[in-house]
Design a protein around this ligand. Structure first.
Ligand SMILES: [Zn+2]
Length: 118
């Protein structure tokens, strides 16, 4: 049991540089809980919230949704990144930002649709 929802805790969403930045979007949590229910496997959050400095340091884009706390880079145990991408893309056909990478999937709950490959 997480302290945010059934499977997620606040600390999983914090910026890595220990600046303390952390703000979690309820819609994002709902998407992640749906994924957890669909694949029935633990989800690792590689990166969620990022402060301005940390985002720059790791080469994140200027307009990164991670800075707004509405994005997460995730890995689902035993499920390929492309499978996660396809599932999200099918479920949320006309909204959200979904990025396909080799080893993880990016999801953010922006209003407009955006898709890309990293
Ligand atoms: Zn930070």
């Amino acid at each position: 049991m997480g302290d945010l929802s059934e499977n997620f805790s606040r600390r999983e969403f914090s910026c890595f540089c220990e600046c303390g930045f952390q703000t979690v979007d309820i819609e994002l949590i709902s998407v992640l809980e749906d994924l957890r229910a669909e694949f029935k496997m633990p989800i690792t959050i590689n990166s969620a919230c990022r402060c301005e400095n940390h985002n720059r340091l790791i080469g994140g884009s200027y307009g990164s949704k991670h800075k707004q706390g509405i994005a997460a880079d995730i890995v689902i145990k035993g499920v390929s990144a492309v499978k996660v991408y396809k599932y999200l893309n099918k479920l949320y056909t006309n909204k959200y930002g979904i990025g396909k990478y080799d080893t993880f999937t990016h999801i953010d709950v922006r209003a407009k649709k955006a898709r890309w490959e990293g």
